[in-house]
Design a binder for this molecule. Structure first.
Ligand code: BMP
Length: 271
């Protein structure tokens, strides 16, 4: 890979200019404009808490765990997305056959495709899951991330499973904009020395500055380990930011600064 095609050596803005998928472009441009590669994961069960966290921080959503979801929540989320200039990523983790995921994505009470710029899917059903989701999302300018790896202890998404996920993504670059993973994926599955072709985004959960995990298998690494050592693009942080309701803006700022500092360090150390 030549220096000027290696995503690790480019700014988010340079990468945005080369992406043709509108959701990938929007995400990279927003990261550059806000100097923030932080995605906040808002896993709460009440709409009031959901909106209040987002108003003080900015989101990555799990609408299916809200007990009091209704359609008005989405217009409020969209208003906040304009007010705070953030991209919406519904972490839906689709995992069914193409026909079913197309319906889950477009319909039901959540109608995710109509408001979420980005969503994600498990590669476990094979390429048909992309066919189903892209039939709905591509005409709307949406983007898909495949879960190529997971942050949890004992995850089965390793080895040839991860390689197949990357192959599926390469064959569907118009809609698959990258991965949920723990490291850079551009070279996965290529023979050693082969030129990598393109720029997949890597959004990485399992990020924490204060603890190494939880009691249910979650594992945390620092923003420096994720962005500098592993070459990922976005840190996804949940409880590290919202677990203390009085401290959300300060923790969001702390993680945003840690993520951005790590990115600047990566750019300068590889120059
Ligand atoms: P927390 O930082 O509170 O552990 O939250 C992490 C978030 O990232 C959760 O919303 C979880 O669903 C998501 N996530 C994860 O933790 N690991 C993965 O491999 C994939 C995820 O989407």
């Amino acid at each position: 890979m030549s220096a000027n095609s290696n995503p690790l050596l480019q700014t988010y803005a340079q990468r945005a200019a080369k992406h043709s998928n509108p959701a990938a472009k929007l995400l990279l441009e927003t990261i550059e404009r806000k100097k923030s590669n932080l995605a906040i994961s808002v896993d709460v069960t009440k709409s009031k808490d959901f909106l209040s966290i987002i108003d003080s921080a900015g989101p990555f959503t799990h609408v299916d765990i809200l007990e009091d979801f209704d359609a008005s929540l989405i217009s409020k989320l969209q208003e906040l997305s304009t007010k705070h200039d953030f991209v919406i990523f519904e972490d839906r983790k689709f995992a069914d056959i193409g026909n079913t995921v197309a319906l889950q994505y477009s319909s039901g009470i959540h109608k995710i495709a109509s408001w979420s710029h980005i969503t994600n899917a498990h590669p476990v059903p094979g390429p048909s899951i992309i066919t189903g989701l892209s039939s709905v999302g591509l005409p709307l300018g949406r983007g898909l991330l495949l879960l190529a790896e997971m942050s949890t202890k004992g995850s089965l998404a390793t080895g040839s499973y991860t390689e197949e996920a990357v192959r599926m993504a390469r064959a569907n670059r118009d809609f698959v904009i990258g991965f949920i993973a723990q490291r850079r994926m551009d070279n996965v599955g290529l023979v050693p020395g082969a030129a990598s072709d393109g720029d997949f985004l890597v959004l990485t959960p399992g990020v924490g500055l204060d603890v190494k995990g939880d009691s249910m298998g979650q594992q945390y690494r620092t923003p420096h380990e994720v962005i500098v050592d592993s070459g990922c693009d976005v840190i996804i942080v949940g409880r590290g930011i919202y677990k203390n309701p009085d401290d959300i803006p300060a923790q969001a700022k702390r993680y945003q600064e840690a993520g951005w500092t790590a990115y600047l360090q990566r750019l300068s150390s590889k120059a």
